[in-house]
Design a protein around this ligand. Sequence first.
Ligand code: 0PR
Length: 377
Amino acid sequence: MNEEGMSEDGVIKLLEEARSMDIDYRRVFSSMCTIPHPIAVKAYNMFIASNAGDPGIFKGTKKLEEETIELIGDLLHKRDAYGYVSTGGTESNLQAIRMARNIKKRRRPNFVVSEMGHFSFEKAGDILGVETRRADVKEDLTVDINSVEELIDENTIGIVGIAGTTEFGQIDPIDELSKLALNEDLFLHIDAAFGGFVIPFLKKKYPFDFDLEGVSSISIDPHKMGMSVIPAGGLLVRRKEDLMDLEVDTPYLSSKSQYTLSGTRSGAAIAAVYAVLKYLGRKGLKKIVGRCLDLTNELVDRMRKFDVHPVGEPKMNVLALNVPNLDAVFKELWRKGWCVSMTRRPRALRLVIMPHIDGAIIEEFSNDLGEMISNIV
Ligand code: 0PR
């Protein structure tokens, strides 16, 4: 570090240089994040110095967080749910497994999640000393309930359902998992980090939230389809006592205890989530989801003309395409400035059609992809 500080212009220039290396969202199909809504940015800036980890000082922020959890709870059929705004799906998933572990108290604990579950469950298992058991999926890439049942034993602390898988956007049979959890007296966590702000607005109804009696907790990320600022996740819990199982004493703070993972927490992120939900309402969120789904369907239709088809029927704005000569096409797409990703099993081209994508981009992308397929194959 230099002894003397730089000029503001000098610093800004350095920042601009770095930012110019970041890829613009316009051609990004590989991300589950998007450009935040302007109201989120405004709210974020207003609360830039707020620490939600010290609610005795930031009373207004605390109130906003409570109201935010109520708004999200309402969307998930439980207005009086408990919870907090986390840093994202990873933290929410980790905290959910931590809750299950603290409730069940097994000597060699394990939990069961679909092989399609996000890698954050691997981190959670590792950090918490809980074995992560991966269940098979059916042909439709949703978890096989028989496989889940087979993996459950006396040391199982909980099971997980995925409402919107990272790779294929599929929705596990959460109603079946809910019945199983009730029968086996197990904690059931739902990872709706992506799907939480999508599924409630689909034409077809998929039961996935607190409406199902067996659902204990839900991850739902405002920084994905909730149009908010990174980092903003949500952890919602049915029973207060489950959340309180995470509490540690915070003797010298303005509050006596904390159930959150981070101590110091962004009040700005909370304000951003609150502002978006208030500003857009259900109608506004539904419109955004509807537009993403229309664009997804348009892309599917355009690719069918090149005899390229999706892996299964897309349920939401996550699309896996069966592309011939995938590796070569993938490389060529990146060379042309398209940010795309691949699924593992089955291998396919993975596209997430986020709100920053528009009709012109869908047209340009599908033409490029179609041409590449015709040339490479
Ligand atoms: N659960 C699900 C279903 C997810 O899809 C993800 C992330 C998580 C949990 C973890 O959430 P956080 O990353 O917020 O902790 N899914 C995306 C993925 O891994 C995250 C992502 C977003 C990756 C934007 C890249 C990117 O540019 O693909």
